[in-house]
Structure formats: structure tokens, C-alpha cells
Design a protein around this ligand. Structure first.
Ligand code: KG4
Ligand code: ZN
Length: 345
């Protein structure tokens, strides 16, 4: 079964054609990162307009790369929630139009489900039950899956998402957007033991990342002997290159430590055969190393290929494939609703 997967929930316009949930026939991603980097974060209005400009060329290239036409496609899948409203509208409108004009079965797909199913691309078959850490710019959740298409959220952030925290800490340290790769890069030449950052105490399997961001801000202010009222833009003028790399390394190590510890607790309360990372932050190499070190003796450990960690259309096609395998019915493309926020089901 060949599925066209379309993704436009944030700042990547993406389309891919995937056969049977794993065999990638084409995968096209146009990132808007350069446009938004100028502003230090995603500007929703600009994102929506850029998607409208990019969606047709991206779709054309996805067909061309796969050497296929719309007639060869069995099903169309698209991210319809959660995400930026204007961005979601651009992708879903294109997908609905194709489904209606060419009379194709239509599967609106939840973005976090797609991130999880990025782990099935390239033919891996994680065994159930499994624990998936969904760690992206907008979400931080530990999800327990007993079987395909069955999601139980057992831990979630009470404030900021982990990717958001990377992005905000990067701003404090005067590093570019998106903060995750910039921090990982700076951390390579930093000393992770130089600054002690407290781990926020949150009961159970929930997270709090807003406290960690504030801890970085306060520690930078203290290090520079400045009062706690000093804004980030003043700190950026005074912080040295060595301090930036040491803060990046110390912060990254703490964020990874928080995640590893919560996953350890989750694996005690929810015995699982596999542990998966999903979402943009799963591209982080230190995190991959630490998860492998801590879990590979007791679990099968899976990460998406780095290019499938961040937003892409292939994961949408894979998620839809497994929904179809689990007997989910197609949706009427005339009736599709988008939603900026919603829980994975
Ligand atoms: O999944 P994604 O592409 O979009 C959302 O659904 O949010 O994730 C984007 C997030 C950003 O916060 C970015 O800073 C983070 O993923 N990220 C990383 C790395 N690469 C991207 N965080 C840590 N280390 C990385 N190497
Ligand atoms: Zn995402």
C-alpha cells in the first residue's frame, strides 16, 4: 500500500510517499528555519504563508522523486492536529483537495502519533509493550503502548516542553534558533560539570522544564555578578565564549539526565520490551548515547534516523499505515477539522 503523507504543522512543509509503512519511495522537506531564525522563533503568520508557497512544489517533487503519479497512490494522510492553525490549514487543504479530486481514502493523523511511528520507517519493528518518549518543540510526554494505535499518556510536562526549553536557553546564551542543534553543537567544546543546575522536583512521571530554564538564567546572572532583574539581552553582551559552551554542556547534560531518570521510573511502573525516542529532541546525540547506555541491556532501544526525528511526511504515512492495519476507517475529506491542541488517541 502506497501512502502519500503530508506534514505542515509548524515550520516544515513536507511530503513523502511510503510503501507499507516502511519503504520510503520519496521524502521531501522544505524547512523555513532560515526565515524564522531572523526573528528567534516561529512567526505563525509567516509560517502559514510559506507553507502555501511551498506545498505544491513539495508535492510535485515527492511524486517526481518516487517516479509515481497520484493514480499510483492508495491513500492520502495529513497532519491535522496539534500545530499552528494557519500551518495546519495549508497542508490539510492541499491533502483534502487531492483526496476529493482523485477520490482517495483520507486519513487525518495526529502529529505525535506520527513522531512515534518515525521509528517504524526503514523497516524496524519495535516489540510491544513499549515506552515512547515524545520530546519535541511543543510536547514532552511518556506514552505507553500495549499495541499498535493504542496510546496511554503516563507522564507529561506541567509547563514548557523540552524542545521549547532548549530554544529558550539558547536565547539566554545568545545561540541561534532552533536552540536544540545550537546547544548540542556548543556543548561539544564545553565542560558539563562546570555549572550545577538543580533538577526540578516533580512527582511521578511528569516533567517541569520551565524551572530548568529559570535555573540557567539565574546561574548566568550569578556567574556574571548581575542582579536577577538583568534581562537576557544584557547578559548576552557580557557572557564569554567559554561560559556559553560550559552552560550549553551543563544544561544539555541536566535535561538529558531528567529524561533518563523519568524513563527509568516509567520502566519500573510500566514494564516494556522496547524504549523509543520520538520528536525533534530525539536527534540529540548525548540523549541517544545515554538512553543506549542505560537501557540497551534491558530493552530494545529505538531512535528515528536523525532526518526523521524532526518534522517530515514519511512518519505521517507510516502512522496512517498502522492506523489502517488497526482497522481505523477513512475520514470524509469534506468534513475534516483541524485543531491547534489535542491529546493523542
Ligand atoms: O518535532 P519537531 O521538529 O517540531 C515539533 O513538533 O515541535 O521538534 C523541534 C524541536 C525544537 O525545539 C528543536 O530545538 C529541537 O526539536 N531539536 C533538538 C535537536 N534538534 C532539534 N533538541 C536537542 N538536540 C537536538 N540535536
Ligand atoms: Zn514535530
Amino acid at each position: 500500500m502506497k501512502i502519500l503523507g503530508i506534514e505542515s504543522s509548524c515550520d516544515e512543509t513536507a511530503a513523502a510517499i511510503v510503501e507499507d509503512g516502511a519503504n520510503i519511495l520519496s521524502n521531501v522537506v522544505v524547512s523555513q528555519i532560515d526565515i524564522h531564525a531572523e526573528y528567534g522563533g516561529v512567526i505563525p503568520e509567516i509560517a502559514a504563508r510559506s507553507h502555501i508557497e511551498a506545498i505544491n512544489p513539495v508535492l510535485n517533487k515527492a511524486f517526481k522523486d518516487a517516479n509515481l503519479t497520484i493514480d499510483d497512490i492508495d491513500t492520502i494522510a495529513v497532519t491535522h492536529t496539534p500545530g499552528l492553525v494557519g500551518s495546519l490549514l495549508a497542508g490539510t487543504l492541499a491533502a483534502r483537495t487531492l483526496a476529493i479530486l482523485h477520490d482517495k481514502p483520507f486519513y487525518p493523523t495526529h502529529h505525535l502519533k506520527s513522531h512515534i511511528y518515525a521509528n517504524w520507517l526503514s523497516g524496524y519493528q519495535p516489540e510491544f509493550p513499549l515506552l515512547a518518549a515524545v520530546i519535541s518543540g511543543g510536547h514532552t510526554q511518556i506514552i505507553y503502548m500495549e499495541r499498535h494505535d493504542h496510546f496511554e499518556i503516563i507522564g507529561t510536562t506541567r509547563d514548557d516542553a523540552i524542545g521549547e526549553c532548549f530554544d529558550k536557553v539558547a536565547k539566554i546564551l545568545d545561540l541561534p534558533y532552533p536552540g536544540g542543534p545550537a546547544i548540542a553543537n556548543a556543548a561539544q567544546s564545553g565542560n558539563a560539570k562546570r555549572y550545577h543546575l538543580p533538577i526540578p522536583k516533580v512527582d511521578g512521571l511528569d516533567f517541569s522544564f520551565s524551572g530548568l530554564k529559570t535555573a540557567v538564567l539565574r546561574t548566568v546572572q550569578k556567574e556574571l555578578n548581575l542582579p536577577i532583574t538583568t534581562p537576557s539581552y544584557e547578559l548576552q553582551k557580557l557572557i564569554s565564549q567559554q561560559q556559553i559552551t560550559d552552560f550549553a554542556a551543563s544544561f544539555q547534560a541536566t535535561a538529558v539526565d531528567i529524561l533518563v531518570k523519568k524513563l527509568k521510573t516509567a520502566s519500573e511502573t510500566h514494564p516494556a520490551k522496547s524504549i523509543l525516542l520520538a520528536g525533534g529532541v530525539s536527534a540529540n546525540q548525548l540523549l541517544r548515547n545515554e538512553i543506549t547506555k542505560n537501557f540497551s541491556k534491558t530493552h530494545q532501544v529505538f531512535f528515528p534516523e536523525p532526518k526523521f526525528s524532526t518534522d517530515n511526511g514519511a512518519m505521517v504515512a507510516s502512522a496512517a499505515y498502522y492506523s489502517i492495519q488497526s482497522d481505523e476507517q477513512a475520514t470524509d475529506p469534506y468534513k475534516l477539522d483541524i485543531s491547534p491542541r489535542s491529546t493523542i488517541r
